[in-house]
Design a protein. Sequence first.
Length: 228
Amino acid sequence: MSAERILVVEDDESLGTVLVDALRRDGFDALLERDGRAALQRALSESFELIILDLMLPRMDGYEICRRLRGSDRETPVLMLTARGREEDRVRGLDIGADDYVVKPFSLKELMARVRARLRSRHPDAPKTVRLGEAEIDLGAMRVHRSGKTVPLTKLEAGVLKLFLAHPGEVLSRGRFLDEVWGYDRHPTTRTVDMHVARIRDKIGDAGSTPRFIQTVHGVGYRYEPEP
């Protein structure tokens, strides 16, 4: 499965570059457009899982872009990004079809969390049980049965597995695990993710130099590859 595509429409080149870089670090395929008309043409001709849309743009503003997208029956989620914080501006954006609204200046962590939350709503839940090789994983009971033995899963290990199983074939960054499983308020490190993945691999029989199911994507995170 290829990385989810996100179109960033932002005429401020420095901010647009920051957003694209942050999204790519999180495993997304992010592209930047700085012109309103060009952004609309791209949004109508290509497939994206999310559009981050600034309001103040050259040649066509974000309101008009969103209005035309919805008029064309495109259901791509739109997260509006703007310096306008007035209630009437937010209401107008939502009324014409935007799915969320973030006011500048904003926290990059909050924006990324909103992006992931919006994309999560487009995915099915993880299966409760799954077999990987000789291991049978039961997320509901929080345990793994393998080679005649049953070993428990911790709450965090079950959370990591749930995220993997809900996104087969997708590259998941360590930051995404920290955000969705741990929560940033707990301040864990990326090394914590690596330690939990190592323990999960051991429990499901996927340890060693060439893991079969939970594969390392160097510099980014991990990818779960289910059995054919």
